[in-house]
Design a protein around this ligand. Structure first.
Ligand code: 3NM
Length: 223
């Protein structure tokens, strides 16, 4: 099954500073956090409205539309986590699914050539994601995370290295406990960028946090 119309090179650029965000992650209005992160240079945004207290129904839809509008103003892709109906309804730029969510192959068939991201924890899962037409894989948790209750065991950067060593060429974003101090290590292991929740949403200065992460990734990638 083929992927989206996006080139791997463009995908890698979008993955550099990927903010994952939902209302439960925010200390202030999610729109403000997203706008600040975008002004700091966030390269892609994922709407992940999950966990205790997460919005549902019309409230979830309204927040998605608000955040999507901010991303459109900034020219940054807006990806929806694990909700194909919502992604289709608002015309999101893509969808991200985990291994326990709807199968990537079924999702690809439903979202056409929009961006498809898949969480992968092993080389086998990475290969399967490729077959199902994933545009990128999220690999984690690289470090301990406070933002996902059902996170798998911590992998360190070794899994990203293993994937690259075993020939996985898909764009990779590392996720889980990544902050500015750790971003370079994740990229040196073979990731194209970092996906973060708390390092940006909990920062005293969201814009600076995003800017700093992007700078660390760009420097480690030699660009
Ligand atoms: N997925 P933080 S870890 C959403 O391992 C998510 O697949 C993970 O949040 C995975 O940057 C994670 O605050 C949480 O650690 C990332």
């Amino acid at each position: 099954m083929s992927g989206s119309s996006i080139s791997p090179e463009q995908m890698r650029r979008y993955l550099r500073m990927y903010l994952v965000i939902g209302s439960v992650n925010c200390r202030e209005k999610p729109l403000r956090v997203v706008e600040e992160a975008l002004s700091g240079g966030a390269t892609m945004i994922q709407f992940r409205e999950k966990g205790p207290g997460a919005l549902t129904g019309e409230a979830k839809l309204a927040l998605a539309l608000e955040l999507q509008a901010a991303c459109r103003r900034a020219g940054v892709p807006f990806i929806v986590n694990d909700d194909v109906e919502l992604a289709a309804r608002i015309g999101a730029d893509g969808l991200h699914v985990g291994q326990d969510d709807e199968s990537a192959g079924a999702v690809r068939a439903r979202i056409g050539n929009r961006i498809l991201g898949v969480s992968a924890h092993t080389v086998k899962e990475a290969r399967t994601a490729l077959v199902h037409g994933a545009d990128y894989i999220g690999v984690g948790p690289v470090y301990p995370t406070i933002s996902k209750d059902d996170a798998r065991p911590v992998q360190g950067t070794g899994m990203i290295q293993d994937m690259r060593a075993q020939g996985i060429q898909l764009p990779i974003v590392g996720i889980g406990g990544i902050n500015a101090e750790r971003a370079a290590e994740v990229v040196r292991a073979g990731a194209d960028g970092v996906a973060v929740i708390s390092a940006v949403t909990q920062a005293a200065n969201v814009r600076e946090a995003a800017r700093n992460l992007l700078e660390q990734v760009a420097r480690a990638a030699g660009r």
